[in-house]
Design a binder for this molecule. Structure first.
Ligand SMILES: Nc1ncnc2c1ncn2[C@@H]1O[C@H](COP(=O)(O)OP(=O)(O)OP(=O)(O)O)[C@@H](O)[C@H]1O
Ligand SMILES: [Mg+2]
Length: 596
């Protein structure tokens, strides 16, 4: 084995850069944080080719003193902390004294800076770790940092960069996060010379509307809670404004964007009973606490934190957000359960939810109705161009269906529930949840057994898409094909869907495509189909399933009941909630105090 030796400084920086400078977006994050730490109130970002060719940030902050300039690119050189005490109560975004050194080790960097007192600006160039001498330059008070040709000297890393559109998409995400964190600072963003965003300084509500969309701002509930040194403020999206992915979840701890498991858990709990299982809440929340209570020195990119009193934070966040969003629970749940009289009243919690059905006998007769062989595999063969539920000659079959485990459908309640009569009494079915499970099982069967049967759309569905969505289509054609989709970019911001899985031909195709692309992108990688197939199919099922408030005919409702009877695990939706309840005649009698 070769002998142990000290590594050269540049190589040390390049190794560190592997952690800090993952892609152009990470460079942008570091530069923006430096500008905010310098007290800038106006920050301009300009990118060329997704930030790979050039990435420039200009601020009007404090600037760097000429005497300190030679240290700006030095490793472990920072103006932000000086002692362990400082480290334990960091108030600035940066503190490691590593970002500029790391960036300069893998790119050509030019830094121009001027303090308010200086007669003129100074400029300094650093390239692959080698630094030039400072030169006088022209620049207003503040700092500009220009990063050119990222990874010019580490081609192996450069190969890991994705398309320009993907890298720009990630930069845009960083820009949005930082802009959300500081509404009092004006930001602007240019890409390839084109102005993409301009955000004047203002209050939090205006900034959130500009970044997260008016729709979110309109539906979100403002909150501002204080308790024993903790403050949680911001906006929690109403359950009605839920999303198919986690892309609208922003949490800032002392002004720093973080992805925190504890926080995420508290929020999931706060929204638990208000959202459909596969929907995600939208929120922009700011937690402020004594810096001593949180360790920010956990992760090289500083996106994780550790709370000293995790349990207290969890409780506080959960309660603050529950309080803010619970007001909307009644509005969003269309069916309010009426309180029943106490004496002899039927206890709704006691109602038996039936996990298994005696399906053997009816399977054959209903399978015949759908003209397909019995069993879940057969049930899916009917994909083709069928409507959501095949109508059947309802009246003639009423008697047979009342004998069926889930009975005969009589009515639809508030566009959400199906009421059916069976031998035991009354059956209540959550039609969306039930249909979702049926589709999910069929999709699973299809992809595992004979491959997804695709249906070409007569007229391709076209829609506006984010850059990252377009990039996802370009990067994962095989995955989408296996899932039964034929999608192609029309332009850098538009997609066309030409074919979809036959079973989902009636879904809202654009909504389905958005949700799926976001998931494929989130899960990423070549193993997305082996490791996340079930999540993807579940998302597809949710989008393909009949929506609440869609009126169903009696025949359609009966067809759904029959499909439930032949579908495995149809007693629970994909997220574990029950899909149907049985109320026996005895339960009903009790409710009306009959026979006492
Ligand atoms: N835009 C800027 N305006 C003023 N000073 C800056 C700016 N950017 C960097 N500096 C100075 O250069 C120093 C080094 O910056 P660098 O980002 O490498 O480290 P840091 O911000 O201190 O810590 P971290 O590595 O955690 O980001 C900073 O401490 C700061 O004094
Ligand atoms: Mg920094």
């Amino acid at each position: 084995m070769p002998s142990i030796r000290l590594l050269p400084d540049t190589l040390i920086s390049q190794i560190a850069a592997g952690e800090v400078v993952e892609r152009p977006a990470s460079v942008l994050k570091e530069l923006l944080e430096n500008s905010l730490d310098a007290g800038a109130v106006e920050i301009g970002v300009s990118l060329t080719q997704g930030g790979i060719k050039q990435l420039k940030v200009t601020d009007n902050g404090a600037g760097i003193d000429a005497d300190d300039l030679f240290l700006a690119f030095a490793r472990h050189a920072t103006s932000k902390i000086a002692s362990l005490d400082d480290l334990e109560q960091v108030r600035s975004l940066g503190f490691r004294g590593e970002a500029l050194a790391s960036i300069a080790s893998v790119a050509r960097v030019a830094l121009t800076t001027r303090t308010a007192r200086a007669a003129h600006a100074w400029s300094l160039i650093a390239e692959g770790g080698a630094q030039g001498a400072a030169q006088p330059a022209a620049h207003p008070a503040g700092t500009s940092v220009e990063v050119n040709d990222l990874y010019f000297n580490t081609p192996a890393r450069r190969k890991f960069l994705r398309t320009e559109a993907t890298e720009f998409g990630h930069c845009e995400d960083v820009y949005k996060r930082i802009a959300l964190s500081r509404p009092d600072v004006a930001f602007s963003l240019k890409h390839n010379g084109r102005v993409i965003s301009h955000l004047p300084a203002g209050d939090a509500a205006r900034r959130i509307a500009a970044v997260a969309g008016e729709e979110f701002a309109g539906a979100a509930r403002a909150l501002d809670e204080n308790s024993s040194g903790l403050r949680l403020s911001g906006f929690a999206g109403s359950p009605a404004f839920s999303r198919s992915s986690r892309d609208a979840q922003f949490v800032f701890v002392n002004g720093r964007f973080v992805r925190d498991k504890l926080f995420a858990h508290a929020l999931r709990q706060a929204y638990q009973d208000l959202l459909h299982g596969d929907r995600h809440a939208a929120y922009v929340l700011f937690l402020e606490l004594d810096p001593l209570g949180v360790d920010v020195n956990v992760h090289p990119a500083k996106t994780e934190v550790r709370f000293r009193d995790a349990r207290a934070i969890h409780q506080f966040v959960f309660h603050a957000v529950s309080k803010a969003v619970s007001g909307s629970a009644a509005q969003t749940s269309a069916v309010a359960v009426q309180p029943v009289p106490a004496a002899g009243a039927m206890n709704f919690r006691r109602m038996q939810y039936q996990a298994s059905l005696g399906v053997e006998q009816p399977v054959a007769s209903y399978a015949a109705m759908f003209s397909m062989p019995p069993g879940p595999a057969g049930a899916m063969a009917g994909g083709g161009a069928r409507t959501a539920f095949e109508p059947i000659a309802a009246a003639a079959l009423k008697q047979a269906e009342t004998d069926a485990p889930l009975g005969y459908a009589m009515a639809q309640l508030h566009g959400i529930y199906i009421l059916a009569e069976n031998k035991q009494g009354l059956v209540l079915v959550d039609m969306h949840a039930a249909h979702e499970r049926i589709l999910y099982e069929k999709l699973k069967g299809a992809i595992e057994v004979q491959g997804m049967s695709m249906q070409k759309l007569l007229i391709p569905v076209t829609f506006n898409a984010g850059r990252l969505e377009v990039a996802t289509v370009e990067e994962h054609p095989g995955v989408l094909q296996r899932l039964g989709f034929d999608m192609a970019p029309l332009s850098p911001t538009a997609l066309a869907v030409r074919a979809v899985p036959s079973m989902l031909a009636h879904a809202d195709i654009a909504g389905l495509a958005h949700a799926l692309l976001q998931e494929v992108r989130e899960f990423g990688g070549s193993r997305v189909l082996t490791e996340h197939q079930h999540e993807l199919l579940s998302t597809m099922a949710c989008h393909g399933a009949v929506r609440a408030h869609r009126p169903l005919t009696v025949a359609e409702m009966n067809a759904l009941l029959r499909e439930m009877e032949v579908t495995e695990r149809s007693g629970q939706c994909n997220h574990g909630r029950p899909t149907w309840y049985q109320m026996s005649l005895a339960d009903l009698d009790k409710l009306f105090l009959r026979g006492r």
